[in-house]
Design a protein around this ligand. Sequence first.
Ligand SMILES: [Zn+2]
Length: 212
Amino acid sequence: MNAAIYGPLGAGKNVQCKKLERRYGIPHIVTGQILRENAELETPYGTPKEYMDEGKYVPDEMINSIVEKELSEVDHFMLDGYPRTMNQLENFSEIITGLDVVVLMEVSDETTFYRLLDRKICSNCGDSYHKEYRPPDTPGECKFCGAKLTERDDDNSEDIIRQRIQEYEQKTVPVVEQYSDDVVVVDAERPHEAVWEDFFEVVEEYIPDDRL
Ligand SMILES: [Zn+2]
């Protein structure tokens, strides 16, 4: 399965991908997470840590090379948030020729704000929670691995959220448009269980038979 998932912040991509990964062993590849995992990796552009420590954007070239390494180690994947820019798409097209499916999860800006302002992330497995939309069974604790839930610093400011919505529209929407023939839209305004049913229906045919 070679797939990618898109959608604005708070669309619930993380929740759906983590579920797919847990149940069917399809690796969920998230740029932010693999950068953190490879923070010390030496690349021709330096290490990811050097950029992240200074709060700078990690250059596309570095992201490309780390994603490339990551993809070379898996047979199946669900990419989340990559390729995120036209520049990344150009490089990605050289490594992977075509995706089986591209899922676009649609939510309104209001929903993005609502879900992000109260988001908590598992410090271990990266699953996400929200006090109303997706509460943990025990407050402050991940229901899958029991680790502590933390807030992402950048989730809590309306200005930053607005900036990221704008960035998604300017940089990522054109990438999704390039995939237009392979894109399946899922209405992600609904509760995540309902979204999962639609999401799963879209991806099911690409999951290897021995994992179903
Ligand atoms: Zn967890």
